[in-house]
Design a protein around this ligand. Structure first.
Ligand SMILES: NC(=O)C1=CN([C@@H]2O[C@H](COP(=O)(O)OP(=O)(O)OC[C@H]3O[C@@H](n4cnc5c(N)ncnc54)[C@H](O)[C@@H]3O)[C@@H](O)[C@H]2O)C=CC1
Ligand SMILES: CCCCCC(=O)/C=C/C=C\C/C=C\C/C=C\CCCC(=O)O
Length: 177
């Protein structure tokens, strides 16, 4: 199961939280209800789509960034629970940089960008600097996560400079405390 739907809308930012985060949480819970071996399911893999903006500050997309940070936090937490509870379900996150899809056209729209519309050229400069990925690379990353039976709670990053790679949270998977 892939929870992929997402929007970039800083003007209607509640919608961004609802689509990008609330529905990922809801989708994951519904998936687990059907897939978890604890409920008589056959197990499987859930992939939640976040973004590189879920791992770094995104000055012109603060709520988009917050929603994507939330996806990572929720997914890593529920993946830990799935492991402890022997659900037989692996749950991972994918964080692409800019990808060539219609979502990027929202940068040109005041109704999406709201007060951040004034920074659209800065976002375009970032795209020029970091490049724009072909969607096929995201598909490749997802297939590898599905096939790698050891992956659970992984945060896959996909960028033009480093390709498909993983965020390293350290052996204990936590921040220093
Ligand atoms: N394009 C990019 O640069 C990046 C996109 N992402 C994420 O990838 C995912 C896919 O986005 P893209 O394919 O790029 O954008 P897109 O705009 O081409 O596709 C988004 C999809 O989400 C669906 N959707 C939106 N609101 C919905 C709702 N309320 N109910 C059901 N479906 C809804 C749309 O119908 C559309 O099919 C999103 O979560 C996005 O945040 C992450 C990093 C970079
Ligand atoms: C712009 C509207 C839609 C946003 C889609 C999205 O999620 C894109 C995120 C891309 C980047 C996030 C912001 C900052 C990233 C900083 C560095 C990227 C490094 C890329 C690299 O190739 O190393």
């Amino acid at each position: 199961m892939v929870n992929n739907a997402g929007v970039n809308n800083e003007k209607d930012w509640e919608k961004t939280i609802n689509v990008n985060l609330t529905s990922v949480i809801r989708g994951t819970y519904i998936g687990l209800e059907h897939m978890s071996k604890k409920n008589g399911g056959q197990g499987g893999v859930i992939i939640n789509i976040s973004s590189l903006a879920g791992l770094t500050p995104a000055a012109y997309q603060p709520v988009y960034s917050a929603s994507k940070h939330g996806v990572i936090g929720f997914t890593r937490s529920i993946a830990a629970l799935a492991s402890i509870g022997n659900y037989g379900v692996r749950i991972n996150t994918v964080c692409p940089a800019f990808v060539d899809t219609p979502l990027l056209e929202t940068i040109e729209k005041e109704e999406n960008m709201g007060e951040f519309y004034q920074y659209k050229d800065k976002l375009k400069d970032m795209m020029k600097c970091y490049g724009v990925l072909d969607p096929s690379l995201i598909a490749k990353g997802m297939v590898s996560l599905i096939e790698d039976e050891s992956s659970n709670g992984a945060v896959m990053k996909i960028t033009t400079s480093r390709g498909i790679h993983f965020e390293d949270f350290g052996a204990h998977q936590t921040t220093k405390i």
